[in-house]
Write a protein that binds this ligand. Sequence first.
Ligand code: BTN
Length: 274
Amino acid sequence: MKDLSVERVLEGLSTKTIGRSLESYDVVDSTNSMVKRRAQEGEEEGLVIVAKKQLQGRGRKGREWCSQEGGLYLSLLLRPSLVIDGIQQLNILVAIVLSQLLRKEYSLPVTIKWPNDIEYCGRKLAGILTQVARDKEQCLFLVMGLGLNVNQMKEDWPDPIKGQVTTLREELKEEIDLTILVISFLNRFEEEYRKFQLRGQSIVEDPRLVDLISTLGEDVRIETLGGRFKGRAVRLTKEGSLVVELKDGICREFFEGDVTIVRRIEEIEGGSNG
Ligand code: BTN
């Protein structure tokens, strides 16, 4: 498997700040933790840390993120002048950038499962973990962690997860050059991030979202810290929260949560093929 080349990434970048400071490691605890530590020491916006392998890769809700060789584990430091309410939008922005990239440059019609999982045919291809340091309502810095399944071997995942994930290599039937992927992601991200900062309007109004988000219009089950709910996902708020119309007709906003499309649960359980 070809390693990521920092030199080639730097040559290929057209960004002003994002990725201009770029570090690549063989093994780390977690790229998010590393970037967080550096941010606390005063590092500037744009630092990117990539690793071949993580020993303590983390997903949302403190879950373990399997981080064997071949995947892309990348974290990015941002210092946006943003109130905390805007974080979910940035989260969604990363998902838009990545899914556009995979659609346009790899011809893979991926979708976004709210808030920011990237899926192909219902299997997870990528996840994003955003960690924020705040001072009251103001964001001090933000670490965007991206885990993308690229060239890993399916056997490397533990059994219950194996059936729920896929990799670029598996879908495209070829080994993917991580260097090209990273260049493209960072270039595209900076462009969209600048627009986002200038725009002053919600990311939710982005017309690309209608086509990209697979969750909207579906019957869903959502598991949150406050419990488990069932209903129809009807829209996003301008902050990026998901509005679900519950069985009793009441609409409830969710800022976080794990969404499962109900049709899919039935398929897994051998019920209706909806
Ligand atoms: C999810 O739960 O879907 C989010 C997964 C995010 C994983 C990435 S891999 C790079 C970065 N470092 C981590 O420890 N986590 C994120």
